[in-house]
Design a protein around this ligand. Structure first.
Ligand code: IPD
Ligand code: CA
Ligand code: CA
Ligand code: CA
Length: 280
């Protein structure tokens, strides 16, 4: 296969690094920045989120003028969020905005690139830890150049599971989140963790530090890059009900292997998490 997307990937890595510097420079001052809210009082956005997204999109437009974009803050400003077959950059300028505001050190720039709705490369830069996670379809996943491999554990009772509470705190949704969490904790698993960044949670699966991650309510920009990093590290991706992953469905389950993924999906699905819960 010709390496036609290599220069785009090199550009994504360079941009993630540049964006990471912007975030690092701002992180101590985040609380002084105007912290704005979007859908609710816990759905935060800062000027740095917007600045980083502009920086990435402007630079990509200059270099690849025919490419399309899905960016979290552009969608918030009214752009449509449609994944087509065209070469598309899927950008989360700061994944972990709440962490950024609180200086909790898991903050990532996430850049996925899809063609024919298939992710060709993914770049997640955990910028406060200077960890650059990359994956190219069919060519493996890496962190700072070191190959990544998922955990070998097959028994979910020996697993650490990552998940998040998300920003939808409607009582019905919170009840369902806790019900499925209670099932998972009671398996019992070794532990439950959450980095506060979907992209970093996925990189932790790819690195073998946690066996699986699931979340309902995420968006395509949270998981596009991370999904390829997980699969190229040998992991599996599915819907939380055990079906096929649809990047646009706002639901994800990433795991080290099929056995852990299916067991986890069974526990979550026991609470019949419906597709419309994600969108609410
Ligand atoms: C959020 C983070 C968080 C996850 C939310 C995402 P943001 O992204 O990834 O961990 O629980 O679902 O929206 O808003 O910080 O880019
Ligand atoms: Ca956000
Ligand atoms: Ca995000
Ligand atoms: Ca974001």
């Amino acid at each position: 296969m010709t390496d036609i997307w290599q220069s785009a990937m090199d550009h994504a890595v360079a941009l993630a690094r540049k964006a990471g510097q912007v975030v690092r420079d701002a992180v101590g001052d985040a609380q002084k920045e105007a912290v704005m809210v979007k859908s609710s009082s816990i759905d935060l956005v800062t000027q740095t989120d917007q600045k980083v997204e502009k920086l990435i999109i402007q630079s990509v437009k200059e270099k690849f003028p025919t490419h399309c974009f899905i960016g979290e803050e552009s969608v918030a400003a009214g752009e449509v969020c449609v994944l087509t077959d065209s070469p598309t950059w899927i950008i989360d300028p700061i994944d972990g905005t709440t962490n950024f505001v609180h200086t909790f050190p898991f903050v990532a720039i996430s850049i996925g690139f899809s063609v024919n709705k298939q992710v060709e490369f993914g770049v997640v830069y955990s910028c406060l830890q200077d960890q650059m996670y990359t994956a190219r379809r069919g060519k493996g996943a890496f962190c700072n150049g070191r190959p990544l491999r998922v955990s070998h554990e097959k028994d979910i009772r020996q697993a650490i599971i990552a998940t998040e509470f998300g920003s939808n705190r409607d009582p019905g949704v919170v009840d369902k989140v806790f019900s499925s969490l209670k099932r998972v904790v009671s398996i019992p698993v070794h532990g439950v963790r959450g980095a506060g960044s979907a992209a970093i949670n996925m990189c932790l699966v790819a690195s073998g530090c946690v066996e699986a991650y699931y979340e309902i309510g995420i968006h395509v920009w949270d998981i596009a890059a991370g999904s390829l990093i997980v699969s190229e590290a040998g992991g599996v991706l599915m819907d939380v009900d055990g079906g096929l992953l649809d990047l646009m469905s706002r639901r994800v389950l990433a795991a080290n292997n099929q056995s852990v993924a299916e067991h986890l999906a069974k526990e979550i699905d026991a609470f019949r998490v419906r597709r419309d819960d994600a969108a609410s």
